[in-house]
Design a protein around this ligand. Structure first.
Ligand SMILES: [Zn+2]
Length: 243
């Protein structure tokens, strides 16, 4: 999981959602049916969520699969009045949404969610990613519940992250060598491919650690050079990761 920037919505879409919210009580099927009926709103929201998502429309929770639906972070069953609240919408894959999270929404004794919202929390405050194994370790109760509810410890994800770490190191070394040989077009292509690949959390963690004292020892000097290039002016237009 990586932090994501929630963009603003057009005024007219906000107005349509507000109008729907006001009429939720009148809908015979309640908030859930009203949400299902709101096809145009869901279609328009999807465009904005996909633009926010990491890589090529990846799920905001697992970062692996393609997102397929809008998840209500606080479930409609629990908070029907938030069905059309933009700050309650995230982009999720079918597995994370329907098999894992469903209507689960653990809270602490103050009612605060014990789930990481990548658009308002820094996931790294709650989770450590062990790059070599691809496993997440919880730093907080919120991190622990996030791993449990989204199944971030499922073997397919851990293996996927471990492979992504190998791939990232290899591509970053390649990037550094291409740049050294002035092959800028190919270097840009490698940098772009790195930035949009699944498991953006792996590259994000490497970027976070690149200035650590032992980074060159752990990653190798060429990999660190590649990481520094990714954050340099050539790649600034893609953002640090995920585009
Ligand atoms: Zn997912």
């Amino acid at each position: 999981m990586i932090p994501l920037q929630r963009g603003p919505l057009p005024e007219e879409l906000i107005a349509r959602m507000a109008a729907r919210s006001e009429r939720i009580g009148d809908h015979r099927g309640g908030a859930r049916e009203s949400w299902r009926d709101a096809r145009t709103i869901r279609r328009d929201l999807t465009v904005h969520l996909v633009a926010m998502a990491a890589g090529l429309s990846r799920c905001m929770y697992c970062g692996d699969s393609e997102g397929t639906s809008i998840d209500h972070f606080q479930p409609i069953a629990m908070a029907p009045q938030r069905a059309f609240d933009w700050f309650n919408h995230l982009w999720a894959c079918a597995f994370c949404n329907s098999n894992q999270k469903r209507d689960l929404y653990p809270t602490d004794r103050h009612g605060e969610p014990l789930l990481i919202d990548p658009t308002s929390d820094e996931p790294a405050d709650h989770l450590d990613l062990v790059l070599v194994t691809g496993a997440y370790r919880a730093r907080t109760a919120k991190g622990r519940e996030t791993i449990r509810i989204f199944g971030l410890d499922r073997p397919v994800l851990e293996r996927g992250r471990a492979h992504a770490y190998v791939r990232c190191r290899s591509m970053l070394r390649d990037l550094a060598r291409l740049a050294e040989h002035q092959e800028h077009a190919e270097a840009l292509a490698v940098g772009h491919a790195l930035a949009v690949q699944p498991f953006a959390d792996v590259l994000y963690e490497m970027l976070r650690l690149r200035t650590a004292p032992r980074a060159a020892l752990v990653f190798g000097a060429e990999t660190v050079a590649g990481l520094n290039m990714l954050t340099g002016p050539h790649f600034a237009k893609w953002g640090p990761v995920g585009r």
